[in-house]
Design a binder for this molecule. Structure first.
Ligand code: ADP
Ligand code: ASP
Ligand code: MG
Length: 408
């Protein structure tokens, strides 16, 4: 007998029929003698609908109230799934995040899980109940409802698996695993049987929304056995997230390509080239709680240099506002920017032992006439910032150039 945590995403619970399908799948696992905890998202489109509704009333919705509101999406699906399970003659019980007591910090709309009280769940499991928990939500010390950021049900699933020391956490979604890139953009993308934890972490942080990054962080920290698989197919092993030391097989050089349109670029031209300048520019940005991603400072000429960095697109206008006075103060010439950029990244642990990956990537983009505006690298990834209009083309040609469409 195993303890399994299963998470079903929005599309997988998108209609009453699909909810009944999920109930049948859960029933099969329980019928094989396993204990099952199920985490569900809101029905597809529901979270977006609720956010849009809030914005009709308040352009910049009050974060505490927004969380009170969007958390209702998941509350609906836990009840519906539990009804479907009861209808199959099973013992099942639903819990909101707060009822479990998934304790989070108080950062509304992007709260972090601090602690989970799993006693009640364990007691229910030993009484033969299937437990259905609302994803994406928790409660802070003061009993306020919080949510975990878009895609946060993945994190609820993995965090519960960690707290319960589950044998496996299964993320059921509308694709049958993690692919070499988003199959919606590149139909030739291939499903990976395994991907290392580090690669998955990079893919998620660089824009692959198949798993929320915090869920991957949890899996790494608590060594949760994590698998991504399809809720629409009966068979299939999906993709297992592995830890490198378990991976005896030879690694492909590149495992996948991630992309992200959520960034904007800001350049300050004609900055006096002296110590402390980076701090003077980025200090106020950090003080405003805005994360900076890539940073490039050019070689100076005649005592002046250019300084560029990227931020989330939502923060673009705010950063421009912050930097206009800063630029005047440090006597820089001009602040420029653009939010029509995209970041494309190649990810693979095999890069550690292979040279020439970067040159292949740059040549491939050059052959298509795609200009690279910024580059950043780590041991296992290369990211480039390009004009947004070439993003899909860049992903497709890189996918082909690294043979990701070929069977391994
Ligand atoms: P859910 O609602 O089940 O949480 P998501 O929409 O959050 O589902 O995530 C699944 C989607 O992630 C897929 O439909 C796919 O378009 C997208 N995706 C992006 N990158 C990848 C990738 N590398 N492999 C698989 N799916 C990916
Ligand atoms: N319903 C939430 C969202 O749409 C959480 C999730 O689906 O994981 O972001
Ligand atoms: Mg998701």
């Amino acid at each position: 007998m195993a303890l399994i945590v299963q998470k079903y995403g929005g599309t997988s619970v998108g209609s009453p029929e699909r909810i009944k399908n999920v109930a049948r799948r859960v029933a099969r696992w329980q019928g094989q003698g396993h204990q099952v905890v199920v985490v569900v998202s809101a029905m597809s489109g529901e979270t977006n609908r609720l956010i849009a509704l809030a914005k009709e009333v308040q352009a910049n919705p009050e974060p505490r109230e927004l969380d009170v509101m969007v958390s209702t999406g998941e509350q609906v699906t836990i009840a519906l799934l539990t009804m479907a399970l009861v209808d199959l003659g099973l013992k099942a019980r639903s819990y909101t995040g707060g009822q479990v007591r998934i304790l989070t910090d108080s950062a509304y709309t992007k709260a972090r899980i601090v602690k989970i009280d799993e006693d009640k769940l364990r007691a229910d499991l030993s009484d033969g109940y299937i437990i259905v928990v609302a994803g994406f939500q928790g409660e802070d010390e003061g009993g306020n409802i919080t949510t975990l950021g878009r895609g946060g049900s993945d994190t609820t699933g993995v965090a519960l698996a960690a707290a319960l020391k589950a044998d496996e956490c299964q993320i059921y979604t509308d694709v049958d695993g993690v692919y070499t890139t988003d199959p919606r953009i590149v139909p030739e993308a291939r499903r990976l049987n395994t991907i290392t934890f580090e690669e998955m972490l990079e893919m998620a942080s660089l824009g692959s929304k198949v798993l929320q990054i915090r869920s991957v962080e949890f899996a790494g920290k608590y060594r949760v056995k994590l698998r991504v698989l399809s809720s629409f197919e009966e068979e299939g092993a999906g993709t297992l997230i592995t830890f490198e030391e378990d991976d005896k097989m030879e690694q492909a050089t590149i495992s996948g390509i991630a992309f992200n349109r959520d960034e904007a670029k800001i350049t300050i031209l004609g900055v006096p080239d002296r110590p402390g300048i980076a701090y003077q520019i980025l200090g106020p940005v950090g003080d405003a709680n805005i994360d900076v991603d890539m940073i490039v400072q050019n070689v100076g000429h005649d005592g002046l240099t250019d300084f560029s960095f990227t931020v989330h697109r939502n923060d673009y206008q705010k950063v421009l506002g912050i930097l206009k006075p800063v630029a005047a103060h440090i006597k820089a010439r001009e602040v420029q920017g653009g939010d029509k950029i995209a970041k494309v990244s190649i990810v693979g642990v095999g890069m550690r032992s292979h040279a020439g990956i970067a040159s292949t990537a740059f040549r491939t983009l050059a052959e298509e006439g795609i200009n690279i505006q910024m580059i950043s690298t780590s041991e296992i990834k290369i990211s480039v910032v390009i004009d947004e209009k070439y993003m899909e083309l860049a992903v497709r040609v890189l996918h082909k150039a690294f043979g990701l469409d070929q069977p391994q």
